[in-house]
Design a protein around this ligand. Structure first.
Ligand SMILES: Cc1ncc(COP(=O)(O)O)c(C=O)c1O
Length: 413
């Protein structure tokens, strides 16, 4: 997909717009499966939260992937995309017992991350096997909001509470068929990952009915040229060796599972937005775009870096710009960034816009969420329409209170 393809997509579907390249999604999936090709039973469960459009889920279904989900709605989207319930794992945090039971009834693998729910679920559903999310107490991840395996984190059951887990299993007669950890996103060091894995191997020995070990995710992708990324090939070699030895040790061929989101879709995504205003102040040149944190919140939420290219003038002279949105709070996408000269009306292209971008979009400022387009085999396909004012008001209910009603509403009533 080149600049002129991206510009024609923006013209055809209207901007701002998200575009996803199926080829990149497929090649990332194959890269990871190749890195772990010597594992007898490998399962990649794509983390739906990263990008949940059903058209994207269908790509993963065709590749033989499973799904990692965190809400019953994500499970429902997965089923709509054609996944079998047994290929979906439900790894929520802090959701109600009722929601977990509703998902279990659909035949989805349940992953439980606290003792209270484990006890209640086990007592009421002793025949439903569950996976347990362990907190390995490892500090990893690129940012405090995405470091989730450390001791102060709300996620998982502490490794120090294994005796308590075993008591619950004994008392309820429930079966634990999987063990899981997710230390956090953006892990740079393979050794840190392997260190946390050792804790999972140690924990796994306590569970006789184990069928799979889920090592979560956290693979870092490059955001800039020459940026460090998780070396999945090195991880593949080292973890495969350790995992295969472990299987031999316990005399059982377990499944090795991962649940990557960012690694599979981040680089496949582009966000295209038009420059509304170029504003020179005494200190800065701002380029104000027709978007804001309602469409792309990652830079403001966790200081994430998105490379930004002016695809309307890619060969222009480079200058320094601060790229800002139209929201009524400060929403800075990039500060003092070197970008080729920007004129009003130019289209800026944000890279790494596949993961946690559209899926975190909102209607803040009563703006529409943008369209999504899939680029496949050299052709664009609309996979989500841009919203309209009808979508914004769709769920509003007129309470028909006389003193607040406009003439029209009174007439309607
Ligand atoms: C439990 C769990 N698994 C998988 C993921 C996906 O992580 P990533 O997008 O870094 O691959 C997350 C991300 O929040 C997560 O919380």
């Amino acid at each position: 997909m080149n600049h002129s393809d991206l510009i024609s997509i923006t013209k055809q579907y209207g901007g701002p717009v998200y575009v996803y390249d199926s080829e990149k999604i497929i090649s990332q999936y194959k890269r990871l499966t190749t890195a772990f090709k010597n594992v007898k039973h490998l399962k990649l469960n794509y983390a739906v939260k990263a990008l949940s459009n059903v058209a994207i889920l269908r790509i993963f279904n065709s590749l033989g992937s499973g799904l990692d989900t965190v809400s019953i709605q994500e499970v429902q989207l997965g089923l709509m995309a054609g996944f079998n319930p047994e290929d979906i794992i439900f790894t929520p945090n802090g959701v109600s017992l009722e929601e977990i039971e509703d998902v279990a009834k659909l035949g989805v693998q349940i992953n439980i991350d606290n003792l209270s729910i484990l006890e209640q679920f086990g007592a009421r559903n002793p025949d439903v096997p569950v996976c347990i999310r362990i907190n390995p107490h490892v500090m990893a991840g690129g940012n405090s909001k995405i470091s989730v395996g450390h001791i102060d984190s709300k996620f998982g059951i502490s490794i120090h509470q294994i005796p308590h887990i075993l008591r619950i299993i004994d008392n309820t007669g429930m079966r634990v068929n999987g063990i899981h950890m997710h230390t956090g996103s953006d892990i740079l060091d393979v050794e840190v990952f392997l260190y946390a894995s050792e804790i999972l191997f140690e924990t796994a020995k306590h569970f006789q009915d184990l069928e799979f070990m889920d090592f979560g995710s956290g693979f870092k992708v490059p955001y800039k040229e020459a940026d460090i990324e998780t070396n999945v090939e090195e991880l593949g070699k080292k973890l495969t060796k350790r995992f295969n030895n472990f299987c031999k040790e316990i005399g059982k061929d377990l499944t090795l599972a991962f649940e990557p989101g960012k690694f599979l879709v981040s680089e496949a995504g582009y966000f295209l937005s038009k420059v509304n205003v170029v504003k020179q102040t005494t200190s800065t040149v701002f380029a104000g775009i027709d978007s804001g944190f309602n469409h792309l919140i990652r830079p403001m939420f966790y200081n994430s870096y998105h490379q930004i290219e002016n695809i309307s003038n890619p060969k222009g002279k480079e200058r320094f710009y601060s790229i800002v949105g139209y929201i009524c709070e400060t929403d800075t996408f990039a500060s003092n960034r070197r970008i080729t000269e920007i004129s009003e009306g130019d289209i800026l292209c944000f890279k790494n816009a596949g993961a946690y971008c559209f899926s975190m979009a909102s209607n803040y400022n009563s703006r529409y969420r943008p369209a999504e387009v899939l680029w496949h085999n050299g052709q664009s396909h609309l996979i989500r329409k841009r919203e309209t004012i009808q979508d914004i008001v769709a769920n509003l209910v007129d309470p028909k209170i006389e003193e607040f009603a406009t003439k029209e509403l009174v007439k309607e009533a």
